[in-house]
Design a protein around this ligand. Structure first.
Ligand code: GMT
Length: 375
């Protein structure tokens, strides 16, 4: 099949899922055309069957605002028409689903393609609820040939927020367990694991919904029981506040801010527990990546996190903001090497068996085939 893959290119789960999906589809013989305003972060090497089309937004003094949605629609028209795309798969509804629909209408008589929309999270739970965007999101979902959501939580929330005449298939996010696996790296371990400290790690884009300050509170609590250190990976709006919180709570010497990193499997594998104290999380891809590296998760029982992390087996989940309980869970896990080892093994097994690439990517292939009337 010839597939157009529309996504955000930046440090964020939806772009990662779209990129990994496209790369795996290409390896399975499909031709994949990525369409975005910049090269997706993980599209960092040559691969046969993979193409990238950059969306350019022409400027003119009258056009005070960037018309990205229109520029994207124009680029989809161009790529679909000349590359003869069968399917355009958009990740994150706003504005991608609207642009995709507009392009499909323009080409409906000459070069028709099917539109598949995957919902990832705040496109439904936050941004899509803005009164300005709500009717546009509902319309574009109703007009998509297929809509998928990355968790049952998100599918249910979509029906609640946008009506039950949208047919939604749940296709969870996935992991390449050959890449995300326990990956010992002595250089990183030497840097991260110091003076017998147990290591807590958090990876995110440091947006307010991630509640990175809660991670600092959890570390401070855990340190009352045992030597521990916190490693932050990623960057974003709340990083400055997190750094200040570390100084104010007197734990700055035990916190490492690594910024954006590519060596995630190695860094995750050097940690004992992954923290995910999010306020909103439709799935929690970062938790799945940690689990695949054999790292149990302690976080909130919010959104779709409970569909990834099994409380009491592959990690522990607490109420939003209950940092005392999350710290208690960390101490509990780290105090018993037998329990910790069992959780590590269970985390890896769950990631591989339930969310492995060979299970999930064929589900998308089947969906494409069904909208194309091929099965
Ligand atoms: O919805 C967002 O906040 C953006 C999106 C992203 O691009 O990072 O994150 C969502 O999609 C990820 C991939 O499907 C999920 O793992 C995240 O849980 C989800 N984020 C939220 O729901 C806050």
């Amino acid at each position: 099949m010839k597939i157009g893959m529309v996504c955000y290119p930046t440090y964020g789960g939806s772009g990662v899922v779209a990129t990994e999906l496209g790369l795996h589809l290409a390896r399975r013989g499909h031709q994949v055309h990525f369409i975005s305003y910049a090269q997706p972060m993980r599209l960092d090497r040559f691969q046969d069957n993979v193409f990238f089309h950059e969306v350019e937004s022409p400027t003119y003094p009258l056009l005070e605002f960037n018309l990205y949605s229109l520029a994207l629609a124009g680029k989809i028209v161009d790529v679909a028409k000349y590359e003869l795309l069968d399917v355009v798969h958009v990740h994150y509804a706003i504005p991608h689903a609207i642009s995709g629909y507009l392009a499909s209408q323009i080409l409906s008589k000459t070069s028709p393609f099917k539109l598949v929309t995957t919902l990832h999270g705040t496109d439904i739970t936050l941004v899509g609820l803005e009164p300005t965007y709500h009717p546009l999101v509902r319309f574009s979902l109703e007009k998509s040939d297929a809509v998928t959501a990355v968790s049952s939580f998100l599918a249910e929330r979509t029906v609640q927020n946008f009506g039950n005449n949208i047919d939604i298939q749940v296709i969870p996010n996935f992991i390449d367990a050959d890449v995300y696996k326990p990956t010992p790296c002595t250089e990183i371990q030497r840097k991260i694991c110091q003076e017998g400290e147990r290591v807590l790690v958090h990876v995110s884009n440091f947006r307010p919904v991630k509640r990175v300050i809660d991670c600092v509170h959890i570390l401070a609590e855990v340190r009352k029981s045992m030597p521990a250190r916190l490693v932050f990976v990623g960057d974003g709006p709340d990083r400055g506040e997190a750094e200040r919180a570390c100084r104010e709570m007197g734990v700055a010497d035990h916190v490492l801010f690594l910024g954006k990193q590519h060596a995630l499997p190695e860094i995750l594998s050097s940690a004992d527990i992954f923290l995910l104290p999010s306020q909103q999380e439709s799935f929690g891809l970062s938790a799945l990546e940690a689990m695949a590296c054999g790292v149990p998760v302690v976080g909130t029982n919010i959104g779709g996190i409970g569909e990834v992390v099994q409380h009491g087996e592959t990690g522990y989940l607490a109420e939003l903001g209950d940092v005392q309980r999350m710290a208690k869970y960390c101490v509990d896990l780290l105090s018993s090497s037998k329990k910790h080892a069992a959780f590590k093994t269970a985390a890896r097994v769950r990631a591989v068996e339930n969310f492995g690439v060979n299970r999930i990517v064929p589900a998308y292939e089947q969906l494409y085939a069904s909208v194309l009337g091929k099965n």
